[in-house]
Design a protein around this ligand. Sequence first.
Ligand code: ADP
Length: 410
Amino acid sequence: MNILVLNCGSSTLKFQLISTDSEKIENHSDQRLAHGQIERIGGAAIITLKAEGKSPKRSAEPVRDIKSAVEIVLRWIASDESGIEQVSSLSDIHAIGHRVVHGGEHFTESVLIDDEVLHGIEDCIDLAPLHNPANVAGINAIRNTLGKGVPQAAVFDTAFHQTLPEIAYLYALPYQFYRRHKIRRYGFHGTSHRYIAYRYRNMLNIPRENVKILTLHLGNGCSIAAIKDGKSFDTSMGLTPLEGLVMGTRSGDIDPAIFEFIAAKEGLSVQEAETLLNTQSGLLGISGLTNDMRELLAEAEENNDRRSKIAIEIFCYRVSKYIGAYLAAINGADAIVFSGGIGENSPYIRSLICERLNWLGVRLDKEKNEVQTNGNEGIISIDGSSINIYTIPTNEELLIARDTVRLIGS
Ligand code: ADP
């Protein structure tokens, strides 16, 4: 089956076309046929479309909304121009898997989308006002173009973390705020943490319930999860993705009183202060230069830039602190797994983070750490390390495609 995986954001649409079915899942022979993205939707958009083995097609044109963006992707996939052998018309797109950001407490696993599910996703708009409307727009665009008969599945970023116990998900606020407004920790990047945990147990050939690890998703957005008995026990993002680790442009944990303080001092509304913490903070805020870790590392090395160096150090320090806390939360772990653009590719960042775990008996294998880049999967600690350290490239899209196939099958 050809599954189109869509990740619809407020101004960006990312997609992958993946060929998979139950047999391919079994033999791990799923195949990506094409991928791409449309950025800056709502204005002069930048379109990148790429079939596997072909060179990418880049163009710029105005794209009004998500619906138009979805239509551009569908048209290209089905066209001769794309050169995707497995697809000659729209009817060769057999199902759609959507990455949906917020499923609230209602959605604890992936589901096929019907009217009731669509309303459920709309009900969560309050919790994710920037993201869920884009997901709804994507689902409706597919219904309009391909018809209601084409199955669509929703795979929620929050679902994997619905196993968090009360002690991990409740904030120490008056309890009625949880009851009245469902204010609690939800956590995000759930599909990524679930995929990493799945690959880990595959690599070690152990059953799900024996998985006791910390998974680090370090990309533009960053989060850590403590996984016990194969289930998410705690995670660093909260009601929204703002909480937790230092990220590209997000502050992560701060004293909540800073909101009011910034708003008063800078003459901002609470909403503007929140936007500042989401978009102008983190690595970008500290360095004053960029949210891109690769650029910061280059700046620190080539120009000895003080603020780039401190941004990198604060980033790693926060991750190490969380690892310490989460090891206590689940009473130790068998492994710590690095993933995401930074976690998968930067031996230096991994070594800075692990340095603070020396007291625990964690020891990286210098050589293995150096070569484990470019999406390689494997162990990077020495034999006698008290906790094994791995890199496992994440692949949320693959999991979304596989969930979609399984749901159609059942
Ligand atoms: P997203 O969270 O948007 O999916 P990614 O997982 O692709 O993002 O991660 C993007 C981050 O990974 C950027 O900060 C980028 O600089 C960083 N990154 C990618 N390659 C490297 C590398 N070789 N060394 C350090 N950081 C890297």
